[in-house]
Design a protein around this ligand. Structure first.
Ligand code: FES
Length: 111
């Protein structure tokens, strides 16, 4: 069974071929934001797939929602990307978490 590695959590999850990256994240208790239940309409499940990973080609919904530039950078929708072998995934920090981190940092610097 393929192994999928999530960073920065450094979680390794064994998955079945054809499983989505979103499902694998859920199995490994890795938080990947989503709001649409995995049907490709919310674009909240964006992740970055390492170029040496074995995953499915982008579906039409990904091409439409992400665009060619984002796809070329390795961005994919976790709910639409199927595992086809060893995969390395970078999960971006949520915008809310990044905002809170920036606020805390600026408070600390102001003290
Ligand atoms: S979960 Fe909504 S687009 Fe992937």
């Amino acid at each position: 069974m393929p192994i999928i590695t999530f960073s920065p959590q450094e979680k390794r999850v064994e998955v079945r071929l054809g499983e989505t990256v979103l499902r694998a994240a859920s199995k490994g208790r890795v938080v990947v934001s989503q709001r649409c239940g995995g049907n490709g309409s919310c674009t909240m499940c964006k992740v970055f797939i390492s170029p040496d990973s074995c995953v499915s080609q982008p579906k039409e919904v990904e091409r439409r929602m992400l665009g060619d530039d984002n796809l070329a950078s390795g961005m994919r929708l976790a709910c639409q990307t199927l595992v086809q072998g060893t995969v390395k995934v970078e999960v971006p920090e949520s915008p809310l978490k990044a905002y809170i981190r920036a606020q805390l940092r600026s408070q600390k610097q102001g003290e």
